[in-house]
Design a protein around this ligand. Structure first.
Ligand code: FAD
Length: 564
């Protein structure tokens, strides 16, 4: 036995650097050699970031060099600019124009990159289990861990979901582009029957949120600009694009004016919007859905896109199952400092789509809200004071926007004694109602970006405080030496979200909802605004230039319709 073990060790030392030992609950190799030995400060804490999406990149961009030994882990060695993914499905943009290699983004802060999937974390031992595509799993030790692994598409267990396309990754966009071209080429064959041609040219989008709407809009652009030009055997009215939406309206998280604008635009463009309909099952060639009134309908399709919301990915599911404080089935719960609930110290954070902040109840802040809003200090809120309060709440909690939008109606409905002012009890009733409706922050790049930026800056402050042993001023800490050292994180401000608005492309037109009732809808002028916002948000000059080139190329030559 001893001989076999010695032989094994000898083989392993040949395969791996001598610093690699086995350990942890599963006795895997522990890769603690990622600390650069030539680094002047070998004792810096080890920061591991899981993911290479919006949240992770925003942490990286905010981190200062030399504060941590940083390792970023992701199965994708690139950052994907998701808001422009629908444009890659029909070739408006090339796929490489919306990707940035991760190694070029982390170079500035001397971080390491490992192409692997995190499959588990060992909270007590502070180890992340990583599985590369090929090769054996191993552990990576951390002092601080940031989980930013995003989400999967929610499928509600719908029968036949495997027949659908999703739009989450660059490969999804490639597959959709190929399938669209495939259908057009097959539909152009003289041997294709009229029924089959009709089916092949029927495109269905399940979900009327921004992703589904933008995909339908891109498809419409493609039909009007390229199909009519290059497919003489296909007539525009032979192609059907339909959106099946469970709610009353598409873009239902946007202002009602925007939903209305998009629906009217789609009606003019011959895009069939089916609202109040729930998909029941998806057969290989047709979809079955039920209307609100109970009627069951069927619709043939050549391609279905499924885009109805998000669900946990396997890692977040594993973590949430092992921690007692995690009861949300949609995402990992954090406190308002983005620390993972159930981890005893401030060593694990979760941000972006994979996380949700435990909501502080608005009603708990009643007195503070009331006193702040009551400017003339007469113990009642006038309509003007109430409006300021409503704006403040909806900016902080965008999900309550629809509730607070019509401040005049709201004011009248809570002013029970019709005194023309809101009393404390009346405000209390309103906040209780909002608390019931309040859900977590939306799963958007905007949220992930702000959380990543906040966390990156905070990690800098924490490292600086530990290095200098100087903590932010706190009366609690600075005088009483018997007290244990406070957690620096507790002394820094919590995360607060500022909503800057939502954009959507609706086919040679765009819409913008800036929150608190301010909207902008329009044709090409709005499209140029939409493009310039996304150009300004690029993570590198390279992708900015590639995007500008792609948009110019499309203007001059049309889309590349080759199928490969
Ligand atoms: P992601 O950006 O999804 O990144 C997750 C990362 O984790 C990826 O790099 C992934 O490879 C990696 N990963 C996954 N599993 C593991 C693992 N086990 N171990 C290690 N790494 C892992 N939001 C907006 O605000 N505006 C928009 O216009 C908009 N448009 C969108 C259009 C589309 C088509 C889609 C799909 C999303 C859009 N969103 C938009 C939403 C936005 O993309 C997400 O909210 C945002 O990407 C969330 O950032 P994240 O960092 O949490 O996750």
């Amino acid at each position: 036995h001893k001989h076999a073990e010695a032989e094994n060790n000898k083989q392993e030392s040949k395969k791996f650097p001598s610093s690699l030992k086995r350990g942890g609950p599963k006795n895997l190799l522990v890769a603690d050699h990622l600390i650069d030995e030539d680094d002047s400060d070998i004792n810096k804490p080890r920061l591991v970031i899981l993911g290479s999406g919006w949240g992770a990149i925003s942490v990286i961009k905010a981190l200062e060099r030399d504060k941590y030994h940083i390792t970023l882990v992701s199965p994708q060695n690139y950052f994907l600019f998701t808001p422009l993914l629908p444009s890659a499905t029909v070739g408006t943009l090339e796929t490489r124009s919306i990707l940035e290699p991760i190694r070029s983004l982390i170079k500035g802060i001397s971080a390491h990159f490992l192409e692997a999937k995190a499959t588990d974390i060992c909270i007590n031992e502070k180890l992340v289990e990583l599985s590369p595509d090929s090769g054996e799993p191993f552990y990576l030790p951390y002092d601080k861990l940031v989980i930013a692994v995003g989400s999967l598409s929610i499928t509600y267990g719908i029968e036949g979901i495997e027949h659908c396309h999703f739009l989450k990754s660059i490969n999804d966009a490639r597959r959709i582009r190929k399938k669209i071209m495939d259908n057009f080429e097959k539909a152009s064959l003289p041997t294709t029957s009229p029924e089959e041609k009709k089916r092949l040219l029927s495109f269905i989008v399940c979900g009327g949120g921004p992703t589904g709407v933008e995909f339908a809009a891109e498809l419409y652009d493609f039909l009007t600009e390229d199909v009519v030009r290059y497919f003489p055997l296909i007539l525009r009215n032979e192609v059907r694009v339909s959106i099946i939406q469970g709610q009353d309206h598409i873009l239902n998280t946007y202002d009602a004016k925007i939903s209305d604008f998009a629906e009217k635009k789609f009606r003019r463009d011959n895009i069939n919007v089916i609202t109040n309909a729930r998909v029941q099952k998806i057969e290989p060639n047709h979809i079955v859905y039920k209307m609100k009134d109970g009627e069951v309908k069927e619709h043939d399709y050549g391609l279905v896109l499924w885009s109805t919301g998000i669900a946990m990915n396997p890692l977040t599911k594993t973590i949430s199952e092992k921690l007692e404080d995690q009861k949300n089935t949609r995402a990992l719960i954090t406190d308002n400092r983005l620390r993972l609930k159930g981890v005893p110290d401030s060593s694990v954070y979760a941000i972006g789509d994979c996380s949700t902040i435990e909501n502080p109840k608005l009603v708990n802040q009643l007195m503070q809200f009331f006193v702040d809003a009551d400017e003339d200090k007469n113990g009642r809120l006038s309509y003007n004071e109430f409006q300021v309060l409503a704006k403040k709440i909806s900016r902080r909690y965008p999900i309550t926007k629809s509730h607070l939008k019509k401040a005049d109606i709201l004011f009248a409905s809570y002013d029970k004694d019709k005194s023309g002012t809101i009393e404390l009890e009346e405000l209390n009733a309103m906040l209780e109602d909002i608390d019931k409706k309040l859900t977590s922050l939306p799963a958007t790049a905007q949220v992930a970006h702000q959380q990543g930026k906040y966390l990156g800056k905070k990690l800098n402050q924490i490292a600086a405080a530990h290095n200098a042993k100087i903590y932010p001023p706190s009366s609690d800490y600075s005088t009483d030496t018997d007290k244990p050292e406070p957690d620096v994180d507790d002394l820094l401000p919590p995360f607060s979200y500022a909503h800057f608005g939502s954009l959507a492309y609706v086919g040679n037109a765009a819409v913008a909802d800036f929150g608190t009732g301010w909207t902008w809808m329009g044709g090409m002028s709005a499209v140029y605004l939409w493009r310039s916002v996304y150009l300004s948000e690029q993570v590198s000059f390279r992708t900015r230039a590639l995007l500008a080139l792609d948009w110019s190329k499309r203007f001059l030559f049309g889309r590349d319709i080759s199928k490969f």
